[in-house]
Design a protein around this ligand. Structure first.
Ligand SMILES: [Zn+2]
Length: 157
């Protein structure tokens, strides 16, 4: 499968996100740039949040930390959650559609027998509404992830 080896070599959120973009490009032929990633403390049933109309994705620090006991699990969660939110930033708003696409893209690029594809089915896909997001306030401890987005040299947009 296309991206299995590359994911094994990935070390950071930036590495994983460039694979998310590749996977979406492979399957949907869509692409965008200009996103920023933050880590923040969200409720444990929420993987990430994309405040509509912004270029930001907030990943749940607590959840990813809990998943980080194995490298494979951490990558599987990080990949599927980033993919889900990236699809939102491309303008896909319907949750069921986004979940279906997340699964399809993981299948296309990793096959059915891969932890990333499992994670794309199991979630966590609870929606956080903007009010709930606002109300978390300072406890969120937002932290920007550096080098999240790279412009690949020779990449044609
Ligand atoms: Zn969603």
């Amino acid at each position: 499968m296309l991206l299995i080896n590359e994911l094994e070599r990935a070390k950071s959120y930036g590495d994983i996100f460039s694979l998310v973009k590749k996977a979406v490009k492979n399957t949907l032929k869509e692409h965008r740039v200009g996103l920023m990633l933050y880590l923040g403390n969200l409720p444990m049933n929420v993987g990430a949040f994309h405040p509509m109309g912004t270029n930001d994705i907030v990943l749940n620090r607590k959840l990813l930390k809990a998943a980080a006991d194995t490298r494979t699990k951490w990558k599987a969660y990080a990949f599927s959650i980033l993919l889900h939110e990236y699809l939102h930033t491309l303008g896909y708003m319907d949750e069921r559609r986004v979940r279906g696409l997340t699964y399809r893209i993981c299948m296309d690029n990793f096959g059915s027998d891969h932890p990333v594809t499992d994670a794309s089915v199991s979630g966590p896909w609870v929606n956080l509404n903007p009010e709930a997001f606002e109300s978390i306030g300072e406890e969120m401890e937002l932290e920007r992830v550096r080098d999240f987005e790279r412009i690949e040299s020779g990449y044609i947009i």
